[in-house]
Design a protein around this ligand. Sequence first.
Ligand SMILES: *Cc1c(COP(=O)(O)O)cnc(C)c1O
Length: 227
Amino acid sequence: MIKENIEIIRQKIEKSVKISGRKLDEVRLMGVTKYHSLDEICEAAPFLDFIGENKVQEAEKKKGNSSAPRNIPWHMIGHMQRNKIKKAVEIFDLIETIDNIEAADTLQNVLAKKEASPFPIFIEVNVTGEESKNGIPSVQAENLLCHILKNCSLVIPTGLMTMAREVADEHELHKTFATARMLRDTLEKKTGARLPELSMGMSGDFEIAIEEGSTIVRVGTSIFGIR
Ligand SMILES: *Cc1c(COP(=O)(O)O)cnc(C)c1O
């Protein structure tokens, strides 16, 4: 089932890529595996480009197992609590959810203390302005990026991550994802940083996200079923 589900999603990705005149290798598929078992992850991994987990502890449990797939990157996509950052850099290849200066500074300190290599992150942006949502408000993203570029030499921003509103029509989804893309373009122009990655689109809206420039779609339910 999992393999077939991924095949269907790959076909949909291909279609959206074509519609938008993009190239297929510009869009990669993350399997979002929160609450799903290691067996399911192992079954899906050969057909995925990334694994995404929302909780440090859950990911640690799964990835600590010797059978866990290690040949594709694991991304942290859940809210990044500051006291879990130290653990997170040991488990994940990239944190997609840095959304405040304190978290960036903590990450910098953790890495400096370990004499670790630079660590890639995405800035999570709350484009829709919902109060319930994580992510930095769009208007503050430049400030956070500049802070990181200036003060956090080991923290390497390589993209933006965002989520659309859960209940939104197609028009609004297009607008949300386009706003994230344009924010990325503006930030690159203003700061000179390179932010090639746009992590956006989930089971319900990944096709629209691709049309608006997504480079990583994060799909859970359509691969693994209801959590
Ligand atoms: C759970 C989750 C997803 C996947 O959502 P689905 O609707 O199950 O595809 C994607 N991104 C984040 C940040 C999530 O928490």
